[in-house]
Design a protein around this ligand. Structure first.
Ligand SMILES: Nc1ncnc2c1ncn2[C@@H]1O[C@H](COP(=O)(O)OP(=O)(O)OP(=O)(O)O)[C@@H](O)[C@H]1O
Length: 337
């Protein structure tokens, strides 16, 4: 759906800034693709290159089979009908009602009046704001404003929805509701969603794949579970630590440091189906080791369960080798603490 090849974006000026540095990415039809990075990493510039709001210095951007960096301004305007966008600060028109805001892109697109009315009501229902059609933005909460932003962005049936930090101005509870709504829109309408953020929660709750940006470059990319269960770049590790802390509590570390020949402390990392398997009971039954759980942290990456478990096992070398073998068979990642 979106292919980015060797993209460079350098802003001119006394001190030139290379905001995007040789980025190549492929975003598939129907997926939710997250781009995470610290402030200044180049996320906004990259996102805006997808709908031509920022012109790259070099490289290519293909959207639905069209190379957009070669399009004229007029052609770009018509391409933007296929691409909706929502913003951190909503960017609503204060002088228009909710209805008027959502109708705006349809009016520009030259839709007939009756069709506009029908479509606006449809999308307002989808985002749960039918009763606010006649309200003004100043009368709405942040979450409601973002719902209007979403309704406006999808009104013209775009194939792609670009989201620029859509939850950064919202409280945690409202963030959850907006993320659910975005996931629902992706599922029901099949719209491809690209979302930039500095919040890990956005990635873990709704994204299928993720790219991590640092200093203009994509430093790590892949399926969310793969990237976040095995991060290798320091920036990715930092982000991951904010939600899946591998930092073990001090008392667990103390216990692990007390050496005994018949005992070791293992840190197990599960993902996907193995998180549902009765790993612990299988180990005890099949190896005869004694096992106690010292620490556990179980959660979800989108719909995939993951877990981290620190366990203490007692048994001779043979039994402990067997434990490793079983864990290997179950694709459970293992570290000796
Ligand atoms: N229009 C511009 N002119 C000059 N420099 C710019 C412009 N837009 C962005 N930059 C610079 O490009 C770099 C990347 O900015 P960008 O906004 O793309 O990053 P970001 O990851 O989205 O950061 P943030 O989350 O803070 O917006 C920064 O150093 C920024 O100062």
């Amino acid at each position: 759906m979106i292919i980015i090849k060797n993209l460079d974006i350098t802003y001119p000026g006394k001190r030139k800034v290379k905001a995007v540095d040789n980025v190549s990415l492929e975003i598939k039809k129907g997926e939710i693709f997250g781009i995470i990075g610290l402030s200044g990493a180049g996320k906004s510039s990259l996102l805006r290159a997808i709908n031509g709001l920022v012109r790259p210095t070099s490289g290519e951007v293909w959207v639905d089979g069209v190379e957009i960096t070669r399009l004229s301004s007029k052609e770009l305007l018509s391409l933007r009908q296929k691409i909706g966008m929502i913003f951190q600060h909503f960017n609503l028109l204060d002088s228009r009602t909710v209805f008027g805001n959502v109708a705006f892109p349809l009016e520009i697109g030259g839709y007939p009046r009756e069709r506009i009315k029908k479509r606006v009501m449809e999308v307002l229902e989808l985002v749960g704001l039918l009763d606010k059609a006649d309200s003004y933005p100043r009368e709405l909460s942040g979450g409601q404003k973002q719902r209007v932003g979403i309704a406006r962005a999808i009104a013209a049936n775009p194939k792609i929805l670009l989201c620029d930090e859509p939850t950064s101005a919202l409280d945690p509870q409202t963030t959850g509701q907006i993320l659910k709504l975005l996931a629902e829109i992706n599922r029901k309408l099949g719209i491809t969603i690209v979302i930039i953020t500095h919040e890990m929660r956005v990635i873990t709750e709704i994204c299928d794949r993720v790219a991590v940006m640092d200093n203009g470059r994509v430093v790590e990319e892949g399926v969310v579970t793969d990237v976040f269960l095995n991060p290798w770049h320091p920036i990715t590790k930092e982000f991951v630590n904010t939600v899946i802390s591998k930092e073990l509590p001090e008392e667990v570390l103390l216990q692990a440091r007390t050496k005994r020949p018949d005992r070791e402390v293992l840190l197990l990392r599960f993902a996907g189906n193995t998180a549902n398997e009765p790993v612990v009971s299988r180990i005890i039954k099949e190896t005869g080791v004694e096992l106690s759980i010292l620490y556990g942290n179980i959660g979800h990456l989108k719909d995939v369960p993951y877990g981290i478990l620190a366990v203490e096992i007692f048994g001779d070398e043979n039994k402990r080798d067997k434990v490793r073998q079983i864990l290997h068979e179950l694709s459970v990642k293992l570290e000796v603490v």
